[in-house]
Design a protein around this ligand. Structure first.
Ligand SMILES: [Fe+2]
Ligand SMILES: [Fe+2]
Length: 164
């Protein structure tokens, strides 16, 4: 059975993943409404992935006889005025998720819950991949710049980023 203190943090992580799913859904909708079809596809997929991350935590908590609390996602205001804002929002969100995953890992270590610690390694690796991908998209977008057919090129870049 999972410790109460860890159960609380697991539920917070469930909320964070759920919020990420909703935020990426919003990014996908902005992209789809502004002609960025590939970017939209990319973020619809990201949104689904975040829901998967949430469900993985939900199942784990049930298996460890924890109580799952599902809260509505926090409605953080994201000011999206262009495709660069979309990429920045993606990157900053991933940095925040990494912070909460690290806090969870520290708490699992402190409470000597090696089962939870092992389970959480997947999230540590996932955050490494997500941060690397988001940062690399921003760097590539900077290389493309914001002149000429840059919107088209950034959308193409996101078509290539799919499936990774
Ligand atoms: Fe996630
Ligand atoms: Fe993510």
């Amino acid at each position: 059975m999972i410790a109460e203190s860890l159960e609380k943090l697991f539920n917070e992580q469930i909320l964070i993943e759920n919020t990420a799913s909703t935020e990426y859904l919003k990014l996908a909708i902005w992209c789809a409404s502004n002609g960025f079809d590939n970017a939209a596809k990319f973020f619809f997929k990201q949104s689904e992935e975040e829901r998967g991350h949430m469900l993985k935590l939900v199942h784990y908590l049930i298996e460890r006889e924890g109580k799952v609390v599902i809260e509505l996602p926090k409605n953080r205001e994201q000011k999206i005025e262009g495709i660069f804002d979309v990429l920045q929002a993606f990157y900053h969100n991933e940095l925040n998720v990494t912070k909460s995953v690290n806090a969870l890992v520290s708490a699992a270590t402190a409470s000597g819950d090696y089962n939870a610690l092992q389970f959480l390694q997947w999230y540590v690796q996932e955050q490494h991949e997500e941060e690397t991908q988001a940062r690399s998209l921003i760097e590539k977008a900077k290389l493309i710049g914001n002149e000429g057919p840059y919107k088209y090129l950034i959308d193409q870049m996101l078509a290539d980023a799919e499936g990774k």
